[in-house]
Ligand binder design. Structure first.
Ligand code: ATP
Length: 338
């Protein structure tokens, strides 16, 4: 039995959470994998109700669960996800981008994953004013850089694709911070002689993701660059509606869509739930690894096949060129889980 903490979020969060709950219930019924879901509140709605974007009760429930699924939250995102990443020490943010049949991808042979350092950089909130100048502090440590680099190399080893890690930075300008990140990655690369290692400036990487995205395998980068490049990579393979993400630590993991709360389409049944459903697929892969449970890997494969089988047959939500409502699309996915 796996206990899953599910933050339902804001904007389109509750709608896509309903889709994920239906998928998990189907797995419970059809695939003999026992799952218990606990719905939790965090974000703008929780802030309005309880005065806290991340209520204590939500945090306690997450800590008692095996894993967390998180729908997007709105304005209070930094008070929820950034805090959760820090408290739970979820240092690796994994964002895959892959082209699938009948999806509006730039090329049909893209299969890459962005490994983003999740705990440092400009995202630690150290900002202040000096007179009328605003200052932000960028922290990059050798230990966190080596930890994320190691994770990236392990992924490249497991993926068994092009066996390549691209370290992305801007060390020609940010000589100390990105210099340390680059040298730490190079150091780790020495332990993985069977994996090709290259370095690329972030501006060149942004260009190459459009020009030749199929050449990438694993990209490892710092927090802010990773945030930006993964949105770009998501669009390169068809859009944010299909982009899942994982936040992984040594003992716990949290899975969430790359996109935000998308208030412009909230409540209209216009959201593509695939990004969140595919986040659940990544969650089962992680559970499979953590608990050495082969059944979880089978479930992950079935979820992926169901989503892309539906899309391949032209059943699509509006963002990827179709006209299906969120709930209708979900029904098709569920019917394809066999
Ligand atoms: P944030 O700033 O937190 O990333 P946002 O709401 O400004 O959030 P996103 O939600 O990430 O931006 O995405 C931008 C736009 O892409 C949305 O306004 C919406 O129109 C579209 N979009 C994002 N996710 C989805 C989805 N799952 N299905 C359909 N359209 C989406």
């Amino acid at each position: 039995m796996y206990q899953i903490a599910l933050i339902t979020g804001d904007g389109i969060g509750p709608e896509i959470s309903e889709s994920v709950i239906k998928v998990l219930e189907t797995i419970n019924d059809k695939l003999d994998l026992k799952i218990k879901i606990e719905k939790l509140e965090a974000g703008d709605n929780a802030l309005a109700k309880t005065g806290k974007a991340l209520p204590e009760s939500t945090l306690e429930s997450i800590k008692k669960s095996n894993v967390c699924l998180k729908a997007p939250v709105g304005e209070s995102a930094a008070d929820v996800i950034v805090v959760l990443r820090r408290i739970l020490n979820l240092y690796a943010n994994i964002r895959p981008a892959k082209s699938y049949p009948n999806m509006p991808a730039l090329k049909d042979n893209i299969d890459l994953v962005i490994v983003r350092e999740n705990t440092e950089d400009l995202y630690t909130g150290m900002e202040f004013d000096v007179g009328n100048t605003a200052v932000a502090i960028r922290t990059i440590s050798e230990s966190a850089s080596k930890r994320i680099a190691k994770y990236a190399f392990l992924i490249a080893t497991q993926r068994n694709q092009k066996k390549k890690v691209t370290c992305v930075h801007k060390s020609n300008v940010m000589r100390r911070t990105d210099g340390l990140f680059a040298s730490s990655c190079s150091e780790i690369a020495k332990d993985f002689q069977n994996i090709q290692f290259e370095q690329m400036y972030v501006d060149a990487c942004a260009m190459n993701l459009i020009r030749q995205p199929e050449a990438f395998d694993v990209i490892v980068t710092t927090n802010l660059f990773g945030d930006i490049l993964s949105d770009e990579a998501a669009q390169v393979v068809g859009g944010l509606g299909m982009a899942p993400a994982a936040n992984i630590g040594d003992d716990f993991a949290l899975f969430e869509p790359v996109h935000g709360a998308a208030f412009d389409i909230a409540g209209k049944q216009a959201a593509n739930p695939s990004s969140f459903i595919l986040s659940a697929k990544m969650m089962f892969e992680w559970l499979g690894m953590k608990y050495q449970d082969q059944k979880c890997f089978t479930v992950a494969k079935k979820i992926e096949s169901a989503v892309f089988g539906v899309v391949k047959n032209g059943i699509k939500t509006k963002d990827i060129g179709g006209n299906m409502a969120t709930s209708e699309f979900t029904q098709h996915v569920i019917a394809n889980i066999i």
